[in-house]
Design a binder for this molecule. Structure first.
Ligand code: ADP
Length: 183
């Protein structure tokens, strides 16, 4: 978990490769659905472009489907999900059924000025329709209002929360994460 621009996708991808587990990113799934022009993609579009969250039941459906196609014992990384307490509760129900509890939360943190700089400065390789400065500010606000409480919710439930500094080189951050996870 972490604010938009913290590097969740980059770090999650490297970690998934290292641990040899699948990574499920709701943001990527939604962008794929949009690119395919599916019903779900069309439904998600206006929310994403406004920097708002897509309705909980949409992303919960995507995650449930992805987990259905995954062996129950192998582990997985969730990236950019859950983003609301309601999503976290829905996820709990899904995981209870599978008897596959979460091991922990990785919380990546980066100062706000740096987030805005990174997101509005992304080069053409990751051209996204939600990288306009005003939308970026809205995404960060939504993160503070809706998603940060999820980290506290998990911490209160006694789940291990690994807080990581998202400043530094990609490699430094990754090796820090692996060290923490191995403890
Ligand atoms: P970032 O974390 O940089 O904003 P993501 O790819 O994770 O990038 O998300 C992009 C957009 O996709 C979000 O602003 C939101 O509209 C939508 N989205 C992704 N994941 C979720 C989720 N779990 N719940 C609701 N909306 C989501």
């Amino acid at each position: 978990m972490g604010p938009p621009g913290a590097g969740k996708g980059t770090q999650g991808e490297l970690l998934a490769r290292h641990l040899e587990v699948p990574r499920f990113s709701t943001g990527e799934m939604l962008r794929e659905a949009r690119a395919q022009g599916s019903e779900l993609g069309r439904r998600a579009q206006s929310y994403m472009d406004a920097g708002e969250l897509v309705p909980d039941e949409v992303v919960l459906g995507l995650i449930a489907e992805a987990l259905d196609d995954t062996p129950p014992t192998g582990g997985f990384i969730l990236d950019g999900f859950p983003r609301t307490v309601a999503q976290a509760q829905g996820l709990d129900a899904i995981l209870d059924e599978r008897e596959a509890p979460l091991d922990g939360v990785v919380w990546l943190n980066v100062p706000e000025e740096e987030l805005v700089r990174r997101l509005t400065g992304r080069d053409g390789s990751e051209n996204r329709t939600d990288d306009e400065p005003e939308t970026v500010r809205r995404r960060i606000q939504v993160y503070r209002d809706e998603t940060e409480p999820v980290v506290r919710w998990y911490a209160r439930k006694g789940l291990r929360v690994i807080e990581a500094d998202g400043m530094g080189s990609i490699e430094e951050i990754q090796s820090g994460l692996r060290r923490e996870l191995a403890r």
